[in-house]
Design a protein around this ligand. Sequence first.
Ligand SMILES: *[C@@H]1O[C@H](CO)[C@@H](O)[C@H](O)[C@H]1NC(C)=O
Ligand SMILES: *[C@@H]1O[C@H](CO)[C@@H](O)[C@H](O)[C@H]1NC(C)=O
Ligand SMILES: *[C@@H]1O[C@H](CO)[C@@H](O)[C@H](O)[C@H]1NC(C)=O
Ligand SMILES: *[C@@H]1O[C@H](CO)[C@@H](O)[C@H](O)[C@H]1NC(C)=O
Ligand SMILES: *[C@@H]1O[C@H](CO)[C@@H](O)[C@H](O)[C@H]1NC(C)=O
Ligand SMILES: *[C@@H]1O[C@H](CO)[C@@H](O)[C@H](O)[C@H]1NC(C)=O
Length: 457
Amino acid sequence: MGEVRRPTKNRGFYVRMRFLHSKNGRPQEKNFFYRYYKWVLWLSLSLYLFSSYFITKDNKPPSLDKTRVSSASRALYESTNASFLQQPISNPALLNNLKIFVYDLPPNYNTDWLSNERCSSHLFAAEVGIHRALLNSDVRTFDPYEADFFYVPVYVSCNFSTVNGFPAIGHARSLISSAVRLISSEYPFWNRTRGSDHVFVASHDYGACFHAMEDMAIADGIPVYLKKSIILQTFGVKYKHPCQDAENVLIPPYIPPDSVQTALENYPVNGRRDIFVFFRGKMEVHPKNVSGRFYSKRVRTEIWRKYNGDRRFYLRRHRFAGYQSEIARSVFCLCPLGWAPWSPRLVESVVLGCVPVIIANGIRLPFSSAVNWTEISLTVAEEDVEKLGPILEHVAATNLSTIQKNLWDPRNRRALMFNNQVQEGDATWQVLHALAQKLERSYSRGSGVSSQWASDT
Ligand SMILES: *[C@@H]1O[C@H](CO)[C@@H](O)[C@H](O)[C@H]1NC(C)=O
Ligand SMILES: *[C@@H]1O[C@H](CO)[C@@H](O)[C@H](O)[C@H]1NC(C)=O
Ligand SMILES: *[C@@H]1O[C@H](CO)[C@@H](O)[C@H](O)[C@H]1NC(C)=O
Ligand SMILES: *[C@@H]1O[C@H](CO)[C@@H](O)[C@H](O)[C@H]1NC(C)=O
Ligand SMILES: *[C@@H]1O[C@H](CO)[C@@H](O)[C@H](O)[C@H]1NC(C)=O
Ligand SMILES: *[C@@H]1O[C@H](CO)[C@@H](O)[C@H](O)[C@H]1NC(C)=O
């Protein structure tokens, strides 16, 4: 810990230099490079992909899985365009020359949990995705004294219940408080600002309230030691709520890029869509009264009651591993609330080109400065679900193609996906961008980063 070492800069550099050299090399070399151009390019790219694999600190054994093959072919394709190689992977000026120090915590706080493969791929895995991307990004600094922010990598969503497979987050508070004790005793930075420049991910239902049920989440509240810090969270509403009562950046739920890539290869976004309205998920016919609350506020029950059997609606109540291809075949995808207002369907719909129909009153959506949600989705009030049929028919007859054209802009897809390596405009980049803006505001106010901004816009 506390090791002071310069970050390895942009690893695309080697490839770029090789390539530039082959263009501007001395005359006797020019012919060599010209003749073996493809071979040199292939070798450099293999080296690049190979080395980036090993620098990525993940524990998985090397395998030629689908992602790697498709990213390799994409890299090969893009590398035929010379200007791609000359472009920096990220533009530091856009990020306000942001510098982030990533604490090197003992593995029981993070990487030990990766022994369960689901830890890095389930819907709460942004805590893993952002950490991985930061570790080998240009904004990482190994010198905490020049850091603008401090990232505390604790994976709290990977203790899967042996009963139902859901993450048990009962241990989240104690694990994080133990991490805070550790960093505040071993480093001076936490005490310096009482944690206000420290960044945590809380990617489950009710953010840093660490409980899946709203009433319990509200009763527990955000732990005192996190209240001054910056929380990257999937939960957000437009009204005052105890579970967003700390400075926060709204992030999308985690969807593994390789799963989406597979669906997109089989069903391109502008392909034929033979399902008019799609929803697959829990739809209770008789929802239980759980301490005064009903699952989905009975919205899903109402959808099932009204539209089950309607030929325009493809509604399924059971899990199915191939559901992403169903989304890719659909025109409208319902995104109703569950216990929490948000769901991974929001991201999956956008990424797979199905118009999200958001049914969750007051929901706040991620990265609203990058993704113009009003242009790419529809919002239906919870109390209007029984009119879904006529509402969607009307849109199909009027502005559907406009919405789809906006939706299919690849920038939306990019903004909502986390990659192991930060890419300009992707989800981790959007987080960095939001942090950089906080920095700008705190400079312009001539004060330190404070907790007065409780929103990401
Ligand atoms: C090369 O890439 C740049 C930026 O990615 C793009 O603007 C340009 O149109 C591409 N050129 C070709 C020939 O594809
Ligand atoms: C994981 O969750 C179980 C059940 O909630 C709990 O008993 C156990 O202590 C947790 N494990 C850790 C390492 O926190
Ligand atoms: C930070 O403050 C805590 C509580 O006041 C104290 O126990 C700890 O030693 C301090 N850390 C450092 C590095 O001084
Ligand atoms: C749900 O249960 C609570 C008690 O937990 C009760 O006060 C309330 O009336 C019930 N609501 C309905 C609609 O049954
Ligand atoms: C989103 O698009 C709408 C309609 O085109 C526009 O009025 C609004 O200003 C846009 N919002 C942002 C944040 O760009
Ligand atoms: C499309 O029309 C619906 C209502 O018919 C409206 O709510 C929505 O904002 C429109 N969207 C766009 C992008 O024009």
